[in-house]
Design a binder for this molecule. Structure first.
Ligand SMILES: [Zn+2]
Length: 91
């Protein structure tokens, strides 16, 4: 009996469209939300993810902010939560 284990990091983009006033440049910008994570592969099949972090990339100035994970989890599960400026932390 043997196992083939691997470890990778990955990125998942969410289908989320909203516009907010950008905390960086002050213009109205579109938000693109994505998540990064580490995952264990067992026989090349992803089976466990951890170290998840949620980010927002602004369309106006391409600045990336860390997103409040509470909002990120809602968006990940298809919820319609509005992102507010206070949910964004500069990297
Ligand atoms: Zn901006």
């Amino acid at each position: 009996m043997f196992f083939i284990l691997g470890m990778t990091n990955g990125r998942q983009d969410f289908d989320y469209r909203d516009t907010i006033i950008c905390p960086s440049c002050g213009r109205l910008g579109g938000c693109r939300v994505f998540m990064t994570y580490m995952q264990v592969l067992l026989f090349f099949i992803p089976c466990f993810r951890w170290n998840k972090a949620y980010y927002v990339e602004m369309s106006c100035c391409k600045r990336v902010f860390k997103l409040n994970p509470r909002i990120g989890i809602i968006i990940q599960h298809g919820g319609k939560e509005r992102i507010r400026q206070e949910d964004l932390m500069p990297l």
